[in-house]
Design a protein around this ligand. Structure first.
Ligand code: HAM
Length: 471
């Protein structure tokens, strides 16, 4: 990427250090809460990029957008996410409201989407129902790099489709999301089988952990997991627990024919689509509702090795997204038996990755026309022109509160304008305007009445826009 373009893309932010670190200032008693962050102007450009990508991909694959309330009943999560999961046990922002109801700030989107599917009778709609969701979630976790107490997810769910094609499509969308943003990722994939397969597996897993000397070496969380949620023993990140699990039985060896065939089909489809994946027998996900396919998106290994934070980041294997199938959940929550699957990815972690790798933001496809002025009369005229051009469909920008032309053109450069139209006192009297190519710096004086055909010629479109050039 040439230097000039880099600076235009404005990767460098002017955010104060403490903002960039996302650490609230301790000396300010009104500082934002720990683990929460403000997204300032320049950074928001990254979020816009991701939101546009999310809308575009979801639309291409036939998903419709849905929104749900930030607050839900606590019991919704206790029942769906699972009462023994870290989220429900340790991380919920829950409280009794003024009506005496126990409610919670949503920690994940899936339970609300299942609730909405049931509550709005979506089983009466043509199946599958494909929905997507974008919004903030709240988990009282220990803040660290890439882990916040409020984060934003792009979440997709497919209801009413038992086929491995549905699982594959979700993985493909997740993979496309990252590769189209030039982020190298790996898909970690496993199958948790159906509940009956898992029953037998868990019994074997517990036998394995009961063997002499193993349980005493487990971390405190895993000691608790052993009786409450033994599958989670497999995805603990503590070195001693990792060492013990190496010889543990693997769930894929316990899959009955239906679940095994389903899993093989997903892998075959991924092969056809050339989506690289890594079979990960220890991937179990931290939520109760999954069966069969589970997957996570992690940074590609070469990416981790090249990361300036080195092995520390590698060890954490931070997950950029995750999901899977949950065929039993709709029925468990009071709906009709409905196969379903979905995934969610965290926008904060993606933004972090884009910045870490210095991936340039693409310039807007639609060219920006900047309107600049010199002198009060010119400003009054160009303010009217600005409104006409904006209504006419041009992507126009301005800095009318600035008097200096230099400052205005700097702003035009900063936002990556393609052309600036400059109106000064002389042009105003002559009925002309200057058109400046911001890339080359060349300028031309044109008849005010010819702005529209001139822009149409240069941009190759928008001939139909009429600008009122009355003097
Ligand atoms: P999850 O794995 O808990 O899954 O979260 C999905 C993604 O959200 C993670 O991979 C990560 O990128 C992001 N994320 C989670 N917690 C944080 C945090 N504290 N700070 C920043 N980013 C975070 C779910 O939430 C499931 N509901 C996904 C799903 C949808 N499964 C089926 N459908």
């Amino acid at each position: 990427m040439p230097k000039k373009e880099m600076s235009k893309n404005n990767n460098k932010t002017n955010i104060p250090k403490e903002e960039a670190d996302h650490k609230p200032r301790r000396d300010n008693k009104h500082a934002r809460l720990k683990g929460m962050k403000d997204i300032l102007f320049d950074e928001y450009r990254y979020y816009n990029l991701l939101i546009n990508k999310a809308n575009d991909l979801a639309g291409s694959y036939g998903f419709n957008r849905i929104e749900t309330p930030v607050l839900e009943r606590f019991k919704l999560y206790e029942r769906s996410t699972g009462k023994d999961t870290d989220i429900v046990l340790k991380e919920m922002y829950d409280f009794i409201d003024k009506s005496g109801d126990k409610i919670a700030l949503r920690p994940e989107a899936t339970p609300s989407l299942v609730r909405a599917y049931i509550e709005h009778g979506m089983f009466n709609m043509p199946q599958p129902v494909k929905m997507y969701w974008l919004g903030p979630l709240f988990r009282h976790e220990k803040p660290q790099s890439g882990r916040y107490r409020q984060h934003t997810q792009f979440d997709l769910e497919i209801f009413g489709d038992p086929s491995p094609v549905a699982d594959t499509q979700l993985i493909l969308i997740a993979y496309n999301f990252f590769s189209e943003l030039q982020i190298n990722v790996q898909v970690q994939i496993n199958s948790l089988g159906d509940p009956e397969d898992r029953e037998e597996y868990i019994a074997r897993l517990m036998e394995f952990y009961k063997e002499r000397g193993k349980r005493s070496k487990l971390c405190n969380d895993c000691k608790r997991r052993f009786s409450k949620n033994p599958l989670r023993l497999l995805d603990c990140k503590e070195p001693d627990c990792i060492a013990i699990r190496e010889d543990a039985p693997q769930i894929v060896d316990f899959l009955a024919d239906n679940a095994r065939d389903h899993f093989i089909k997903v892998l075959e489809y991924l092969d056809d689509l050339e989506v690289p994946y890594n079979l990960n027998p220890f991937l179990v996900r931290g939520l109760d509702y999954y069966n069969r396919t589970v997957f996570e998106i992690t940074p590609a290994i070469d990416d981790l090795e090249n990361n300036e934070n080195g092995p520390a980041v590698q060890k954490r294997q931070i997950s950029l997204g995750g999901g899977g199938r949950y065929d039993g959940l709709v029925e468990k929550m009071g709906g009709r038996p409905t196969p379903a699957c979905g995934f969610g990815l965290g926008l904060e972690r993606v933004v972090q990755k884009i910045k870490e790798k210095n991936i340039p933001l693409h310039k807007d496809k639609e060219p920006i026309i900047f309107l600049a002025q010199l002198g009060d009369q010119a400003r009054r005229k160009i303010m009217v022109m600005f409104e006409e051009m904006r209504r006419g469909g041009y992507k126009v920008r301005q800095a009318f509160t600035k008097d200096s032309l230099k400052a205005q053109l700097e702003e035009a450069n900063r936002i990556g304008a393609k052309y600036s139209l400059i109106l000064g006192q002389k042009e105003l009297l002559d009925g002309t305007i200057i058109i400046r190519d911001m890339e080359s710096g060349t300028q031309e004086v044109i008849d005010m009445k010819k702005i529209n055909p001139e822009l149409a010629r240069r941009l190759g479109e928008k001939e139909e826009i009429i600008i009122n050039n009355k003097q």
